[in-house]
Design a protein around this ligand. Structure first.
Ligand SMILES: [Zn+2]
Length: 112
């Protein structure tokens, strides 16, 4: 019964993400979906991936280089970099041109 409930919960969660993605695609010109794997464990500064980097829900401190930041900000930067990597890869594969690369560079250099 527990496994069945977990499966039902997973379907509900998947439906929620699918609905959210549909709404974003309706409102935005481009939606880039990236895998979330290790985005909250990876140091944005040095790239080290370690579960212990995430000391609390909010605190990210890299054990390798000492970089410290709010955990959500560190993860958001990792997600942004993954999205920009996909954008540039699509641009190069399709031969669209440099406009996407310029947009990616502008986003990458606009850290607060
Ligand atoms: Zn680091």
């Amino acid at each position: 019964m527990v496994a069945q409930k977990a499966g039902t919960n997973r379907v509900i969660l998947d439906t929620g993400w699918t609905a959210l993605k549909g709404m974003l695609e309706y409102k935005a010109a481009n939606v880039i979906v990236v895998p979330a794997m290790n985005t909250s464990r990876k140091c944005h500064e040095c790239g080290a991936v370690e579960a212990a980097n995430r000391r609390t829900r909010d605190d990210f401190t890299c054990l390798a280089c000492g970089h410290a930041a709010h955990a959500d900000l560190n993860a958001a930067r990792n997600i942004r970099d993954k999205a920009l990597g996909r954008l540039v890869a699509v641009d190069e594969a399709s031969g669209i041109g440099a406009s996407a690369r310029r947009a990616a560079f502008a986003l990458a250099t606009s850290d607060p």
